[in-house]
Design a protein around this ligand. Structure first.
Ligand code: SPV
Ligand code: MG
Length: 553
């Protein structure tokens, strides 16, 4: 697509208005060519090909709307299409205004509206409303000369743009009235103020329009439509000092041929295989639509909102579950008809997280969920959670949610975490003692914060992790248990990576778990935000947990 073809909105007008460009084409002694278009797409294609102007053909506009060239579409429907064409292009458009859609008064209003929509010119023909196409049998009665001159004058008096052109189309040759009648009308329309004359013919040779041109003597620009005398060498129009040639309906006819061939072939073949190579690639469609401009505008005007991605650590077997995890990791254990992990991913999706990476290890082939990216920690047997996290973070940019693969939690917990703007945020259960009283043998991820959970939290700054994870030693003093859910911002992710690199340098990644990483961050000065909850979650460590989960869900 050439750079001059623009998508809505037209960003910059050239030095000349569209009307002035069209006027210049008419006046230029060089022969000009304008191309038919009938919608925004064909108009763009005409401009892309290098045409300096567009003919908004009445025949083509009507046919593309599925109606006849008989004023069946209303003039406002025509103008609606023109507006798309004009918005989509930067070259001038001349509307085929048929007979002006009524009398002088209707034509005045048409001209006013065309100027408002930046249409450069209108051509009206001296026939009777509703018009009949010049090439079909039917009433080709000519309009009264004086009445038509009044229409031209009314149009010229109504244009709000001084460069707007009214082109008077003479149908005397089409209606069989001959050259003298055509010249008489040319004289009258010129005197009434027409900016140019369109002399139309349905002969297969150019003789009658060349005779007209000779007699007229270039007293004002002459426009022709060589649809039926197409075999005439263009040089002959130049020699006759014709001002402008209209290729009147050829985009429409080309599209009919192409669409017919394709539709018939698909109907017969019931497969896209045969046609894919012969249709415009989708990339071209998006180019023509101007998607590139939109992408640039988005970068300029839309606040960048990075998508939060989720990483689920699900590499471990869960050996306390014994036979239940013989053929699958514990994240794939069934919980009322669906695997635990699937339930989690659904919750993520519901909260707007579409990009979910699952770090697998043990029996990774059993993790067969759609819509998740699977990465494998091949060394899951000899490594801890941190090594799995490193696998999961590999291609990650921007904010990330990190979750253990064996937890179940109420959706409000996730919503609350996603709202956090902290660089690092962890969900901590302040009621952990109650949660753990029936399963005292687990070593929960206990944390010590700068203050305990309290009723007045809304009034305070968010609590932060102070001493971090303290293990079993802290049972008496812990403020809560980290539930295995955390979020990091883009900056937080960078902090994590830095801490991991430092731990690697110390040789401490392979066996490390996530609490070791958070402790390292705290040691290096980070103060992760704590989001306190009071229950409403559980994790699945053994058959007891699983039974409990199946009961409460
Ligand atoms: C049109 O394109 O609608 C025209 C030109 O009016 S013609 O069909 O040749 O009459
Ligand atoms: Mg027409």
């Amino acid at each position: 697509m050439s750079d001059s073809v623009v998508a809505f909105p037209v960003p910059s007008s050239p030095e000349l208005s569209k009307a002035a460009q069209f006027r210049a084409l008419l006046k230029d002694p060089a022969l000009a060519f304008i191309m038919e278009a009938h919608n925004g797409l064909s108009a763009k294609i005409a401009e892309e090909a290098g045409f300096k102007g567009i003919w908004a053909s009445g025949l083509s506009l009507a046919t593309a709307m599925g109606v006849r060239d008989r004023n069946e579409a209303s003039w406002t429907q025509v103008i609606d299409v023109l507006e798309f064409m004009s918005d989509a292009t930067s070259i001038p458009i001349m509307l085929d205004g048929d007979t002006g859609y009524g009398d002088f008064n209707n034509f005045r209003r048409l001209v006013t509206k065309l100027c408002q929509r930046d249409i450069a010119a209108v051509c009206i023909e001296d026939k009777i409303f509703p018009k009949t196409n010049s090439f079909v049998a039917g009433d080709q009665s000519l309009a009264d000369i004086d009445e038509f001159c009044g229409k031209i004058k009314a149009g010229k008096d109504s244009q709000s743009d001084e460069d707007f052109s009214v082109v008077a189309r003479i149908e005397a040759l089409i209606a069989g009235w001959g050259l003298d009648e055509a010249l008489k009308r040319a004289e009258a329309y010129h005197a009434a103020g027409a900016d140019a004359l369109l002399i139309h013919s349905k002969k297969s040779g150019p003789d009658e329009i060349l005779a007209f041109a000779r007699e007229w003597g270039n007293r004002c620009p002459v426009v022709i439509v060589p649809t039926t005398y197409y075999a005439t060498p263009t040089e002959r129009f130049r020699d006759a000092e014709i001002s402008m040639v209209i290729w009147a309906n050829h985009n429409l006819r080309a599209s009919i041929t192409a669409m017919r061939e394709l539709s018939q072939r698909l109907q017969a073949e019931e497969s896209l295989l045969g046609i894919e190579g012969s249709v415009a690639p989708l990339a071209e469609v998006f180019d023509l639509a101007g998607n590139k401009e939109l992408a640039e505008a988005e970068r300029k005007y839309m606040a960048a909102r990075a998508e939060t991605k989720a990483v689920v650590l699900a590499a471990s077997r869960g050996s306390a579950l014994e036979a239940l995890t013989e053929d699958r990791p514990k994240c794939m254990l069934d919980l009322r008809g669906e695997p635990l992990l699937r339930r989690m991913v659904r919750g993520f999706n519901d909260a707007g997280l579409r990009d979910v990476t699952v770090v697998c290890g043990y029996k990774q082939e059993a993790v067969d969920l759609p819509n998740v990216k699977k990465v494998v920690n091949e060394a899951y047997g000899e490594t801890g959670e941190l090594a799995s996290l490193v696998c999961g973070l590999e291609d990650l940019e921007g904010p990330a949610l990190i979750a253990y693969g064996d937890i179940i939690f109420e959706s409000f917990i996730l919503d609350r975490l996603l709202q956090s703007e902290a660089d690092i945020a962890l969900v901590v259960d302040a009621k952990w003692r109650e949660h753990r009283k029936d399963a005292p043998k687990h070593a929960p991820d206990l944390v010590i914060c700068d203050r305990p959970f309290g009723e007045d939290l809304l009034l305070d700054e968010a609590p932060v992790l102070l001493q971090g994870f303290e293990g079993l030693i802290a049972r008496d003093v812990a403020h809560g248990e980290w539930i295995g859910l955390a979020k990091v911002s883009a900056k937080g992710l960078a902090l994590l990576r830095k801490a991991i690199a430092a731990m690697e340098a110390d040789g401490g990644v392979a066996r490390a778990d996530l609490p070791d990483l958070f402790n390292r961050l705290i040691r290096d000065g980070a103060r992760p935000e704590v989001i306190y909850i009071a229950g409403h979650w559980l994790d699945v460590n053994d058959a007891f947990d699983l039974a409990w989960a199946r009961n409460v869900l």
